[in-house]
Design a protein around this ligand. Structure first.
Ligand code: ADP
Length: 484
């Protein structure tokens, strides 16, 4: 089976969030099952710098006012997964991240940049181009709004149509643009309708995908249900309800090689479920590195996140003084909303021995926090899947999560019954507010003082299998079903 996997980011060559982790790991896991999955990525400067590619000779005219793009081919740094790189310098060769300039503002031509990516996907799967590339995908797997116009382009192409699977990693990002952008996308006005990509008078890339794709998938079964409701559907819940027979929720896995406390080279010391002494060494070394009081018994709470409303960090800010009053410490790594950044920085100045705030993106530090912390905070308002809670459990760092999306599907709450069954792996709260978060943190801190119980919970968590193996099998089945 041959599959074109289209994505706007893929670890380790370009990453802003969980989509990159999935795009880096899932294709590799599928290739192990014998599926010839190849990535299609925009030719951002960082991508062209990270991997060596050659020109395939295929040139794609993409959008009316955009230069034709050259298709280059290389391999991901794993040396296994082939990647087509869409080289279109006027759209992609810039500094900044895939979606924002260096000031953090969205690129004004994002509609063109990601329409071009989607159009390229549709063209690569068409028989003429496939023949030139000697790669005929039976299926196109798109991811998020950035690639969601692919089935719309296919719909208006005369060549053979390939089934399109659209994975939704986050409904909150939809790619909504003014209607006047439509001609530049090279799509007919006819598509601008309720039965198409029109969404409350605007052009919505995600809506196009939800409407035209053959199958929709999201990244946990709870989130697949949630997005069909008003609170989580962002206005698209009606369409999702309508398509519920073509909607699944396959849980993401994690890369268990990259995230393995026994071998992780980023750590100060390695450890495993049998011998957790290395975890204490990581805690001490991180407290030193970040200028916190070096106190082995102070419960250390960690957090690594985009600083957005989604992640519930405003609740953390509200209750931090109360948490610190219990003798705990808090370390956070993240960037995003400037108000949250300022609020956290102010708290760090007020409590220099107990709070460390690192603004920015740091791969090594993120691994060190996972290893050093006792507790990981993830109080998201919504969370399609979430990866950090799984990294945390693997590192013996018990997560505190809200019961939503993939958090609900992966963390087994510490209750008397789950303690007896040796299945409990973390702390779960329900109500979306700071008070509920604080109560759960206080409960976790009580449990933390019971060392033997805490060890057992850590072992339960570390023994959970979050590898891609199960999910990759499920995707493989879905691919077979769709291409049959
Ligand atoms: P989302 O995709 O919504 O941001 P996920 O939990 O699915 O959330 O994935 C986030 C990924 O990005 C994780 O691998 C996390 O460790 C990583 N990450 C987020 N912020 C940072 C940061 N500031 N530095 C390093 N890694 C980060």
């Amino acid at each position: 089976m041959h599959v074109l996997f289209v994505t706007s980011e893929a670890y380790p060559v370009v990453k802003t969030g969980g989509l990159a982790d999935v795009s880096g790991a899932l294709p590799a896991a599928l290739r192990q099952l014998g599926v010839d999955v190849r990535l299609l990525l925009p030719g951002y400067t960082c991508v062209l710098d990270a991997i060596s590619t050659h020109d395939t000779g295929v040139v794609l005219p993409l959008l009316p006012d955009v230069e034709a793009a050259h298709v280059r081919l290389g391999k991901m740094p794993d040396g296994e997964t082939p990647v087509y790189v869409l080289d279109c310098p006027s759209l992609y060769r810039r500094s900044g991240d895939p979606y924002h300039d260096e000031q953090g503002l969205e690129w004004p031509d994002n509609h063109l940049r990601f329409a071009a990516l989607s159009k390229a996907a549709a063209l690569l799967a068409s028989p003429n181009i496939a023949l030139k590339l000697k790669f005929q995908p039976e299926l196109i797997h798109c991811n998020d709004w950035q690639t969601a116009l692919t089935p719309a382009y296919q719909h208006y192409m005369s060549s053979v149509q390939r089934p399109v699977l659209l994975s939704i990693h986050n409904m909150a990002y939809q790619g909504v643009f003014a209607p006047k952008s439509l001609p530049a996308l090279g799509l007919p006005w006819e598509s601008f309708s309720v039965q198409g990509l029109e969404f409350y008078g605007s052009v919505s890339f995600l809506k196009a995908g939800l409407f035209y794709a053959d199958w929709l998938n999201t990244v946990s079964s709870t989130y697949a249900q949630e997005i069909q409701t008003k609170d989580f559907g962002y206005g698209l819940q009606g369409l999702l309800q309508h398509r519920q027979d073509h909607l699944s929720g396959l849980l993401n896995g994690i890369d268990i090689q990259q995230w393995n406390p026994a071998t992780d080279k980023c750590l100060f010391a390695n450890y495993d479920a049998e011998d957790l002494s290395g975890k204490a060494e990581n805690k001490q070394a991180l407290q030193q590195q970040l200028g916190l009081a070096v106190e082995p018994d102070a419960p250390l709470l960690g957090c690594i996140t985009r600083l957005t409303e989604q992640k519930g960090i405003d609740w953390v800010v509200q209750v931090l003084p109360d948490i610190l009053a219990e003798g705990a410490q808090f370390v956070i790594l993240g960037s995003g909303d400037s108000k949250l950044e300022q609020a956290l920085t102010r708290l760090a100045h007020a409590y220099p021995q107990q709070i460390s705030v690192t603004l920015g993106y740091h791969e090594t530090l993120s691994h060190r926090i996972e290893a050093a912390a006792d507790i990981f905070l993830m109080p998201s308002r919504f969370e399609p899947c979430g990866l950090n809670q799984m990294y945390s459990m693997r590192y013996g760092t018990l997560p505190i999560v809200r019961r939503t999306g993939g958090l609900a599907d992966t963390v087994i709450p510490v209750t008397p019954a789950h303690i007896d069954q040796h299945t409990a792996t973390g702390f779960v709260f329900e109500s979306p507010n700071a008070e509920a978060l604080l109560q759960t943190v206080q409960y976790a801190l009580v449990v933390y003082r019971h060392k033997a119980l805490w060890r057992m919970l850590q072992r339960n968590a570390m023994q959970r299998d979050f590898s891609w193996q199960h999910s990759a099998q499920a995707y493989f089945k879905l691919y077979q079903q769709l291409s049959a």
